[in-house]
Design a protein around this ligand. Sequence first.
Ligand SMILES: [Zn+2]
Length: 154
Amino acid sequence: MPSTAHRSKVLKGVTDIQDNFVLYLSEWKNRIPALRSWVLNIHVTTDSLPKHAAYEAKTGAYTEAWSKYENATINLHLPDDPEIETEELEEIAIHELMHILLSPWNEGWQMAMGKRLTEEMKDVLLIMEEQACTRLACGYMRTKHPKHTEEVKA
Ligand SMILES: [Zn+2]
């Protein structure tokens, strides 16, 4: 059983989950100064994930960020009749914000490598980015929930 089970509340239904997701994103956006000037577009839906984002399917969240414009779209795809623990939802929110923080890194690789950036290299970069986001999100979670251990792999 995850260590969060005894403290975390279960959220039910799209509206409840969406409201809390927006609150977590806004709280953590404010806690991380580099993100305060960003505009976040948040989409929560029960539609299935688009194919290009299927690699994120474990939690159903993915983020597209344009660092030049400090504009990002965070998508959370939920199943019908969704249920999620508050701590898991909060960690997903932070994880997606970490993708925004790391987005200039990605854009830098594309700019530096151009067409030499192969699909294989993109896969490696993606795996490294996911790992970094997961570890950073877990670390940030522990600044608020000292006993947090669950690592969301989104
Ligand atoms: Zn991710």
